[in-house]
Design a protein around this ligand. Structure first.
Ligand code: ACO
Length: 355
């Protein structure tokens, strides 16, 4: 019995490899740092979906189809009820899409992510949604649908770097959930429902918003040690630190830190965050001398998305907009594998008395 399944290998994949001992992440043969520095969202979609859809067009056509699908998705925004937080708004919007196993379904999911996330942000602020512009890149359009302004090249590239960095990560909880659902042949939308529901938890994709809450509560560098010690003495987990697989620093943390540093006006915030990070790591090393707890992707995510003026309540939904590429590719890989996922359990309850 392995309750967290950490020693269970449940799939063979050609999508990504997480080397937790050495802090390396390879996505379809490429180190994540290289992808983060060079790829747009559309390139990453093409890279992940290659070999899983016979009708995959070239990157330029794929970008055009994503743009057209954003416009289609916008028509559904009015059908999403009020009163949902941003991640549930996205989940509800995605659930309205046609559910099959086709490339169109994957494109609709990927394209609708930013449309629903941006509309949810604006609805929370009491603002009308902004219609997508099919000719913009997916990242530029995402930011424009939130702010109303076409972003500069640096901002659009920074969002690309984020979405590409988180597009896939081995058999993490949400991807496993997506694969389990896909194995039942329920369709890619259903698989994405499984993925987003697992992602929303604070131990998985819900961490980056609370990272900013922590930075805000600490406020000034002088408060760091006492704030952190208090939190640890209450038995709290510090968001943005620790990982189930990495025993060293999460390579995505530095890929994203480099992307934040490329944005103008971020040096002060980075210096403050560096101080907090160092203090947390020192305190965690003292509390858990036999266990390496390092910085994970969520710490730098928080800084990057904050610099792009994406509100913290939308961080998990933005994560889902990147990871949807991995969920859909893994879903197709699982479908090709052709095996229903159905593990066994050990019954520990009462047994009936036999006559
Ligand atoms: N802050 C304080 N203590 C921690 C933290 C943390 N961030 N992470 C682990 N610990 C403690 C655990 O409570 C445990 O202590 P215990 O033995 O006294 O119970 C000890 O360190 C060892 O924990 P692990 O077995 O390494 O933790 P696990 O593999 O179960 O959890 C997880 C990994 C869930 C990511 C954990 O580190 C955590 O909760 N981190 C904070 C949330 C977070 O940042 N999540 C994002 C992860 S990245 C991603 O999903 C995209």
């Amino acid at each position: 019995m392995d309750s967290g399944l950490e020693n269970v290998v449940a799939a063979e994949t050609i999508l990504s490899d997480v080397d937790g001992q050495n802090g390396r992440l390879v996505i379809r043969g490429w180190p994540v740092q290289l992808l983060a520095a060079s790829m747009a969202y559309e390139d990453a979609a093409h890279l992940l979906w290659q070999g899983f859809f016979d009708d995959l067009p070239d990157v330029a056509d794929l970008g055009a189809r994503l743009g057209a699908a954003r416009v289609d998705a916008f028509r559904l925004v009015t059908q999403i009820p009020d009163g949902l937080d941003i991640i549930r708004f996205l989940r509800t919007g995605w659930s309205l899409l046609e559910d099959d196993e086709s490339l169109d379904s994957a494109i609709r999911l990927a394209a609708a992510g930013p449309v629903f996330t941006a509309a949810a942000v604006r609805r929370e602020r009491g603002q009308a949604p902004i219609a997508p512009e099919a000719d913009l890149s997916q990242s530029a359009d995402f930011l424009k649908m939130i702010t109303g302004k076409v972003p500069g090249e640096a901002e659009a590239r920074a969002l690309d770097a984020y979405l590409v960095t988180v597009c896939d990560h081995g058999l993490n909880a949400s991807t496993f959930a997506a694969r389990v659902v896909a194995s039942t042949r329920a369709g890619l939308v259903s698989a994405a429902m499984g993925g987003i529901s697992a992602l929303k938890g604070p131990l998985h994709g819900g961490a980056p918003g609370p990272v900013l809450d922590m930075l805000d509560e600490i406020g000034v560098p002088e408060n760091a040690e006492s704030w952190i010690d208090d939190a640890l003495s209450r038995g709290e987990r510090l968001m943005g630190f620790g990982h189930r697989v990495y025993r060293v620093r999460d390579p995505r943390a530095d890929a994203l830190k480099a992307a934040v540093a490329r944005l103008p006006g971020t040096s002060g915030r980075i210096a403050f965050a560096d101080h907090i990070e160092k203090t947390v790591l020192g305190r965690l090393a003292k509390k858990y001398p036999n266990r390496t707890l390092e910085t994970n992707v969520e710490f730098s995510t928080a800084l990057l998305l904050e610099a792009l003026q994406i509100p913290r309540e939308a961080f998990t939904a933005t994560f889902a907009c990147g990871r949807i590429l991995g969920w859909t590719a893994h879903a197709r890989e699982q479908i090709a594998e052709g095996r229903l996922v159905r593990p066994r359990s050990v019954y520990m309850g009462p047994v009936p008395e036999m006559a």
